[in-house]
Ligand binder design. Structure first.
Ligand SMILES: [Zn+2]
Ligand SMILES: [Zn+2]
Length: 337
């Protein structure tokens, strides 16, 4: 089969690879769509997770079951499925504490398990879901990105009637903004720097940091000076962190969804006097079914974030668009025959 293999940082190439063989509890999936994630771009650029290279990349995949392992009971060949890339062990300290998304021995598509940028991939049956008929394959690959956005909002302690600040207008910031429609009377303020992308969050008040004289003044004005109950960092800069800490109201919560590079300085005095909560959010607590339900919700219209679908042969253009197409692209999906 043909697969996109990361050979070294900066070197992603299409290679001929052996077709994977499903383990007893796995499905062999003939890929129909695989969507590029911001984390793929980071992995390709500088391999922050120390992936053991070479590795077939890609963790947002969907397709048709071609074969099943002998212990598979829930799926059969021909089923249309979408996959969640995280495969927890179920036995370690984290899994037994109910935190299987933070498994100590986690297996993950495209990190230690061959990924979905290939004509075939395998996935454990408990991490697959049948594709809802109203979603096409590319749309269904959004299951896991939507899962992690749900987690980021829950970690930010988002609730009905609250103000939320989302910093970053990438695909995750846009998905989170749209998901905030689930909260009654919520006020959403999105800080970004790309007009095309910010326009994809129609339910948010948007502030462009490139044109604003004072982003802090503008976002505070958007909530009548009250500040924010919740904030999510969807961009990994020290400035974004400072802005969130300054804009949160007492007992507000910051969910750190994008890792800040290096060791940022942070105003501990503000955290102390405002009794702020700062927490991380990275994976998700098994929100697969909820994510698929939200993806089918016409009012949330999450599937619209797939702006481009390109054939596998044009993968280089797909990655270029995902990395640089900030004036026309959000999620870019690679489509297979
Ligand atoms: Zn992803
Ligand atoms: Zn585990």
């Amino acid at each position: 089969m043909k697969a996109l293999v990361l050979l070294a940082p900066g070197r992603l190439e299409m290679k001929e690879m052996p077709k994977p063989v499903p383990k007893p509890n796995e499905l062999l999936v003939k890929t129909k769509a695989a969507t590029i994630c911001t984390s793929d771009l980071h992995d390709i650029e500088y391999n922050p997770f120390n992936i053991n290279l070479p590795m077939i990349m890609g963790h947002e995949g969907a397709g048709v079951v071609e074969a099943v392992g002998e212990d598979v009971t829930d799926f059969k060949p021909g089923d249309e499925v979408t996959a969640h890339p995280v495969m927890p062990c179920g036995e370690c300290g984290s899994c037994t504490r109910g935190l299987n998304h933070l498994c100590d021995n986690m297996s993950h598509l495209g990190i230690d398990h061959g990924g979905a940028f290939a004509e075939y991939f395998t996935i454990r049956q408990d991490r697959a879901r049948k594709k809802p008929a109203v979603l096409d394959f590319a749309e269904s690959t959004l299951m896991e990105p939507v899962c992690v956005c749900i987690e980021a909002l829950e970690r930010a302690n988002m609730k009905d009637g609250r103000n939320i600040l989302i910093i970053g207008d990438g695909p995750f910031g846009i998905l989170m903004s749209r998901l905030c429609k689930l909260y009654r009377d919520a006020k959403v303020v999105l800080v970004g720097r790309h007009p095309f992308r910010m326009a994809q969050a129609p339910n948010a008040v948007t502030v462009n940091e490139k044109t604003s004289d004072s982003v802090l003044d503008d976002i505070m004005q958007a909530v009548d000076g009250k500040g924010f109950d919740s904030a999510v960092l969807c961009v990994g800069t020290n400035e974004a962190l400072d802005l969130a800490v300054a804009a949160l109201r007492p007992r507000g919560t910051l969910s750190v969804f994008s890792a800040v590079k290096g060791k940022p300085t942070i105003d501990m005095f503000k955290i102390h006097v405002k009794e702020l909560n700062i927490c991380g959010s990275c994976n998700d607590m098994d929100y697969l079914d909820r994510a698929l339900e939200y993806l089918q919700d016409e009012e949330l219209n999450l599937k619209e974030v797939i702006t481009h679908r390109l054939p596998f042969s044009q993968f280089q253009e797909a990655f270029r668009l995902a990395a640089k197409g900030k004036d026309s692209a959000l999620k870019v999906s690679i489509i297979f025959d």
